[in-house]
Design a protein around this ligand. Structure first.
Ligand SMILES: [Zn+2]
Length: 225
């Protein structure tokens, strides 16, 4: 009832096509949701993302829900989860990731660790979209979210290209482990919003393996192609 009243006075629009949403729709209209290019990776262990990353560091599994193509709907989607004034778009898509994980019959990992933003960047944006994805995942597939297990030590200006940042990530240890958190022997699921070259994930994995984790799974909302 309250939902209906709120919807009548504050109708929400689809974050991709901007059309007014029906009452039962959330964040994205059904047409745009079904049009997003799904990867089908959860059904295949040796998928393209796994093969891209597995020869670079020990990896138990790698998943992405959607393919990301520049200048199409998936770009609007990623923009919507990163720059919306509130993290609720990202949390909702995180719950879709959790639902797909559950439906694939996989066990929940011991802990979820979102790829961290630098503190200054998090303050500018108001939230870390990967942390919001992890919260959404955990709302469906109960797991412990540890957003402070890793921290990012280098701030990137908005003029720096993502490719350049990823090269830095590969060359230097830009992610540091939190000494106060014990991850020894844990299975870890590392979450991100988009994987491009994989160097960010690789840099995070170095910090996580230095914490003696038992196994690493990677799950991203999207994979750039
Ligand atoms: Zn739409």
């Amino acid at each position: 009832m309250i939902q209906s009243i709120l919807h009548a006075f504050f109708p929400e629009v689809c974050l991709v096509c901007k059309r007014l949403l029906y009452e039962k729709e959330q964040h994205i209209c059904l047409h745009c949701l079904y049009a997003l290019p799904r990867t089908g990776f959860l059904q295949r262990k040796e998928n393209e993302l796994f093969l891209k990353l597995a020869n670079r560091f020990p990896l138990a599994s790698a998943q992405a829900l959607f393919f990301f193509h520049k200048n199409n709907n998936s770009q609007k989607l990623l923009h919507g989860i990163k720059y919306h004034p509130k993290p609720n778009n990202a949390t909702w898509f995180g719950s879709l990731m959790g639902q797909a994980w559950q439906e694939s019959g996989r066990e929940c990992p011991d802990v979820l660790i979102p790829v961290p933003l630098h503190e200054k960047r998090k303050k500018e944006r108001g939230y870390n979209q990967s942390e919001a994805l992890a919260d959404g995942f955990a709302s469906i597939a109960p797991s412990l979210v540890l957003p402070d297990a890793l921290c990012r030590t280098i701030y990137r200006s908005s003029q720096t290209s993502k490719g350049k940042t990823e090269r830095w990530a590969a060359a230097e240890s830009i992610y540091k482990q939190n000494e106060g958190i014990d991850l020894k022997g844990k299975s870890v699921l590392l979450l991100d919003d988009v994987i491009t070259t994989g160097s960010t994930i690789e840099a995070c994995s170095q910090a996580l393996f230095a914490m003696d984790i038992a196994e690493l799974h990677v799950y991203s909302l999207s994979m750039a192609v």
